[in-house]
Design a binder for this molecule. Structure first.
Ligand code: CA
Length: 217
């Protein structure tokens, strides 16, 4: 059984690898988001253990990208409950299971074995809010049945809003999810909300003053 561990904290990565190898798994380690994505795409792993907070690309982005590419390798996310992140978010993005740090190694092992046994499971890939319909796998977006062309960034912003609907999305969580570690001006989220309003209709996205944005149902 081959496992990929994507974790940027060296001690955590080493401890995981050691423990999993002792259980007979073949383990590869990647320590940032882009490396993890690349390895998960091409490595032929039986499962991936994926941290959320990673340099370069978050674990959310890694798992979402894999699912968009119809890659259903079982993914177990490791989440630290902090900031805007909710441990269950990973499931919305296409992870199969999650554990909150700190976790027991025995529990991790049991969950991983269950995932490997279950194997790759394709999941529903259509999001719908009001008259908006979005297919992550094919990047298709429709407004009241009419296809709309969105740039990749516009698509990611809309995807983020739809997955969290009816919650209000903060500017910070948008920046983090869509732009990750790129250094961009804080206004960029507002600019893209503006682009989306032009393409989808003014009234589809509400601004909640001082908080963020929300889709209207
Ligand atoms: Ca981390």
């Amino acid at each position: 059984m081959r496992l990929l561990v994507v974790e940027d904290e060296p001690r955590m990565a080493a401890a995981l690898a050691k423990g999993l190898r002792a259980e007979g798994f073949v383990v590869d380690i990647e320590n940032d988001g882009p490396g993890g994505l690349e390895a998960a795409r091409f490595g032929g792993y039986d499962a991936v253990v994926l941290d959320i907070m990673l340099p370069g690309l978050s674990g959310y982005s890694v798992v979402r990208t894999l699912r968009e590419e119809q890659n259903w390798v079982p993914v177990l996310m490791l989440s630290a409950k902090d900031g805007d992140y909710d441990q269950a978010d990973g499931l919305d993005y296409g992870a199969d299971d999650y554990l909150t740090k700190p976790f027991s190694f025995v529990v991790l092992l049991a969950r991983l074995r269950a995932l490997v046994r279950r194997g790759a499971t394709p999941r529903a890939t259509v999001l719908e809010v009001g008259g908006l319909r979005l297919e992550p796998s094919s990047h298709r977006v429709e407004v009241d049945g009419e296809p709309v062309d969105l740039s990749r960034r516009e698509f990611l912003v809309l995807d983020h809003l739809m997955r969290r609907h009816p919650a209000v999305v903060t500017r910070e969580s948008l920046l983090d999810d869509v732009w990750g570690s790129e250094s961009v001006h804080g206004n960029v989220a507002e600019v893209y909300i503006g682009y989306l309003r032009r393409k989808l209709g003014r009234d589809r996205i509400e601004t909640i003053r001082g908080v963020g944005y929300r889709l209207r149902s």
